[in-house]
Design a protein around this ligand. Sequence first.
Ligand code: CP
Ligand code: NVA
Length: 306
Amino acid sequence: MATRHFLTLLDLSPEELHYLVQRAITIKNRLRAQGPSYAPFANRTLAMIFEKSSTRTRVSFETAMAHFGGHALFLSPRDTQLGRGEPIEDTARVLAEMVDIVMIRTFSHAGLETYAAASAVPVINALSDDYHPCQLLADVMTWTELRGSVRGRTAVWIGDGNNMCHSWINAARQFDFQLRVCCPEGYEPRQDILAAAGDRVTLLRDPNEAVVGADLVTTDVWASMGQEEEQAKREADFAGFQVSEAMLDRAKPDVLFLHCLPAHRGEEISETLLDDPRAVVWQEAGNRLHAQKALIEFLLLGRVDH
Ligand code: CP
Ligand code: NVA
């Protein structure tokens, strides 16, 4: 059977994604009840290639492997041959001879696809310029834990049509919810990704209108990693797109607010939004650990029902 990779949410079927979300909740509950007593990854290793910074992703993958009895290796281009020009296909072939699974955080999504095509072991996208599917597993898990099935509900994306936005669009397709994408002109998500989602996803311009009646509101930084030089221009272009408590007041009374973090208080969110009880970002961040465990388990062992 061909090696399964997880480069976008479209690499798994809707049914498999539902399984992963439920499995992540089971794994979390078991950890809470019994501590890290389940160790299915004995002697397994995960290679983690980080070409961009990370706190949550690195700690959650590394802790997931440790809890499950395996080991994670942190590899940075600064001190591996990747940073000195060794072809990514060669690196993929070499690592597949030694490790069981690979996680990559990088700039170019095409580069990630090139790596995966040469890899005999599963490859996970831990964020590229175009997608951040692991974050969406944790986000849908959080939404499901707190509000039940997300099917048919309405989420609103406010801000940049970036990697997180693209993964929210794919999530709307796969988990069958409505998504309103609200961004300034010139910052729309990629047209092909939007078009493929059909009428599940709509594009709006006014954040105060977009959030009316929403079940969930989410946003992200205005300048992503690699766009630091555009910070000042983006701050001007995104004026009026700051998510605030008053904006959430226009959504449903039980609306949830998510943010993948890191957040810039006073920019894409008000100074105090993360203190509002509707913001569940710490639970969301913690769920990265459980969702990652479910994902690695699925890619290494297939479905598990215990
Ligand atoms: N949300 C997220 O991926 O965080 P890090 O950049 O800290 O990994
Ligand atoms: N859009 C952000 C997400 C960080 C987790 C970035 O790519 O920097």
